[in-house]
Design a protein around this ligand. Sequence first.
Ligand code: C2O
Ligand code: CU
Length: 703
Amino acid sequence: MHSYRLFSLMILCCSLIGLVGSEAFPAQPPDGKKDKKGGKAGKSKTSDPRASKVRPFQDLWIPPILEGKTLDLSLAKYQRLFLEDKATPTYGYNGHKFWGPTLILNQDDTVRINVKNELEEVTTVHWHGLHLPAATDGGPHQLIQPGETWSPTFTVKNNAGTYWYHPHPHEKTQKQLTLGAGGLIIIRDPIEAKIDLPRTYGIDDIPLVLSSRRFKTDNQFSYEGDNDKYGDFLLANGTMDAQISLPAQFVRLRILNAEIERGYELGFADNRTFYQIATDGGLVEKPVPLKRLKLMVGERVELLVDLSDKDPQSSLDLMAYNAGQSFGFPGGEPDKGPPNGSYFNDKDFRILRINLTAPTQKRVTKLPETLTVNRFPSESEVSTRRNLQVTAGRPRFSFDNKFYDMHSTNQIVKLGAVESWTITNNNIFGHSFHIHDVQFKIVARGNEAPAEYERGWKDTVYLPRGKSVTFLAKFEDYASDTDPFMYHCHMANHEDGGMMGQFLVSKNPAALKKDANGMVRIPDRSEHPLTTEMITAADQQKQKPAPDFRVQDISGQTLQLASLVEKKPVLLIFIERDCPCSRESAGYFEKISQAYSSTCSVVGVINAETQTAQKWAKSVGCHISLIADPNLKIIRDYQAERSVYTTLIAPGGKIEKTYPGYSTDILQEISLSVARLGRVTPQTVSFEGAPKRLKSGCPFVEE
Ligand code: C2O
Ligand code: CU
């Protein structure tokens, strides 16, 4: 698609049929209004001179769809040609040389997403906007080491809407985003499905991801923190100088601001009215008519625009009206080069050229009057109020004068609470505030009510300079005393610089062990390290009699250890319900249990109530016999307070060996020992994809 031959051919054809304007981007707004700050060019360097070169339009790339209940994502390094002479090193998911497939998820489905890291550096994948357990959130704590696969499982609880996924490793987010790692998520639900809305992906339902990049002289992307907060080259879905053919009818645009820092004031070149139908967290109650709309980093919006008045063959530009913004608007600075400017700063510019074509057969012909009914938390339910301040310890921004510390919480929230958060930005510049776990309702901007277009569900909000914003959110469903959620400025340079905090949602905050500041220590979850004491303790269990138990498994079958071990070996697998390694290893133990189905009893013990355990087994696709042990009774008897412990019991009832953690080697060893104890020939079991290094899982948490 981006071959050089095709490219040169396009230049030729395009200039002949006049697709290339006299300027690739109008320096003057189409309505003839002059830039308010024109001429005040700052003292910074100039923008990349290559940015002003006239280039032919290229067709907007539409990321392909990835759908289902088990999805595989794989992040790898590529090269892609953006500028004429030399390819640019990039990151992309699933073979795409920049960005990734659009995931389509259905509300209420339980999905498993296998994320493989084929990079030479660590990454994470965060499901931006999704409400799910912190251990599956993909924040800075859920690191995926090079070569490894992370397989979170979660139930899709959000409303139909546009969400996204992207890397979140602390201090590396700007780099990985810049290189191209990210993708959209579309959630569908029955309410949205019943409304007559454009829904044909790529035809009248168009994903549009906005960002810009700066290239070094050798065409590598530049991602040096604050110096590269604004790019000189605009990318729409990774396409430079993008154009799209759209039918002259109602179309839906799902727009994501995936910039590092730049905000966009969206509008159409003919100043037409368009309709907002969804905010970050799904549909608004009824379409909101607008001519301009600000979209900050991390925010999404769904727009309906009626193009039926346009002649097929005519064209229309989607624009950014970024000229003359008040100071603090990201990208409004008049500078033209780094650190505070770019080719596009303080300028109105084209985002997308729309070429109209004939309307399609099946089309939406009128604007829906109503869309949904949203039930927001109310002021009367608020139990806690928090105030956060944007602060600046030169040269970096922070919240409340604290830079992000992975090992300490900043807030502790009680499970089920409705809270009111006020974020005050009495600092020199605008920001984009994002919180994980919840969708919130903006109730005030300073003393004013939020504008009509900010009255839906939000997870990201613009914090203009000198202003405050107050929102309400309910922190429900998911609690953990060890895995925190994040809140941060979504400008990746600010986030990497430490403008981030973390909070625990706890069932019982009073019972948490706190330090002098009332905060909780967050253990390092990235490596789940096994201490020497743990390894020795596991070793010392050898030859001891295995503690007996007589319980029903989750299918109602009675299991008594003493009778299970009469003739056959027993393999006990300890599972922490929220631990990604437990989920991942379950697949390998499933293989062992299949290979030795008649020679060994494989039994899992999970720290969950029966119902949760059933759900877990279903979502992971694990068919071994499972014991629900919510109070850690059996788990403690076996000193297995770390998950992914496996205890092999010899016929007769003595512990043969306890394996702390798992890796390819350990799985092989377990498989061979099971064969030896069962007196059968070893089966070939493939543990392909298992970690090379020892992984030990997460500590158990009581329900
Ligand atoms: Cu889109 Cu914490 O991020
Ligand atoms: Cu910021």
